[in-house]
Write a protein that binds this ligand. Structure first.
Ligand code: MD3
Ligand code: FE
Length: 243
């Protein structure tokens, strides 16, 4: 694991105990300077789960432009759960397989049920980000074949669930948050385990592998807001290995 967050800036510059008296000593960092540093760094969240703050910030405009051009072929839609409920989160997919739900169940399918056509191909920007984030988190060689794209508007939520429709639970899931912030609920291996709450902001990536791969998780009801990249939406890209 590589730690490159503000912690290390502190460690390097707030000297006073180390270094010879003859060498110049950098003074304390001004509070405003510290708080204006970009939110970056690698933080372990739980066994196998790693938060990469701001990892996608620079590429976010490219991701959203590539998303925009696939929406003509595969627009966002509100799917229906097997129990007959319309999901508040709107979804679409790209890649060789896409996650869908309808009255007959949850599954991956190579075709979009709305058009009957294959899902749009995975853009190179998506693919490359998923692999580099997985590598940074300690999962080198991750190759995604399915990207589920979730769109939240204020009030939309995703109740606690596990992701179990993929073939190989040894493969991690890479999730990329864009636009409005959300409160992520991160539970344990039993539905009854009380979830932790974690704020995810635009550009944050979480890689879920190891024992965290089957943890219960969800998203709290999205708060109203306006974001320069997405307006009144939060977009989440979840990269999976489905087959
Ligand atoms: C932890 N999406 O698409 S991303 C989902 O923000 C999903 O749209 C949420 O849960 C969202 O299935 C959360 C984070 C995430 C995704 C998959 C996981 C966390 C996970 C799988 C296992 C454990
Ligand atoms: Fe999930």
């Amino acid at each position: 694991m590589i730690y490159n967050g503000p912690e290390n800036v502190m460690a390097m510059t707030s000297s006073g105990l180390s270094g010879s008296p003859s060498e110049p000593r950098s003074g304390p960092i001004h509070a405003d300077l510290l708080s204006s540093l970009p939110r970056t760094g690698t933080e372990p969240l739980a066994p196998g789960a790693v938060l990469l703050r701001g990892f996608a910030t620079a590429v976010a405009p490219t991701l959203l432009a590539d998303l925009e051009s696939m929406l003509a072929q595969a627009p966002f839609r509100h799917m229906v759960t097997p129990g007959g409920y319309r999901m508040s989160v709107a979804m679409t997919n790209c890649g060789a397989a896409g996650w869908i739900t309808d009255r007959s169940g949850y599954r991956y399918d190579p075709c979009d049920p709305t058009s009957g056509m294959a899902w749009p191909p995975m853009p190179a920007s998506f693919d490359q980000l998923a692999t580099s984030a997985a590598t940074q988190a300690g999962y080198p060689g991750f190759v995604t074949d399915a990207c589920l794209i979730n769109r939240y508007e204020p009030g939309a939520r995703l109740s606690l669930h596990q992701d179990r429709n993929e073939r190989d639970f040894a493969q991690p899931i890479v999730s990329v948050s864009l636009g409005l912030p959300a409160t992520f609920l991160f539970g344990g291996l039993r539905r009854s385990d009380r979830p932790r709450r974690l704020r995810l902001e635009s550009g944050d990536i979480v890689v879920w592998g190891g024992p965290s791969r089957l943890a219960f998780h969800g998203i709290d009801s999205l708060a109203e807001g306006e974001h320069p990249l997405t307006g009144r939406y939060r977009i989440n890209l979840t990269f999976r290995r489905a087959r």
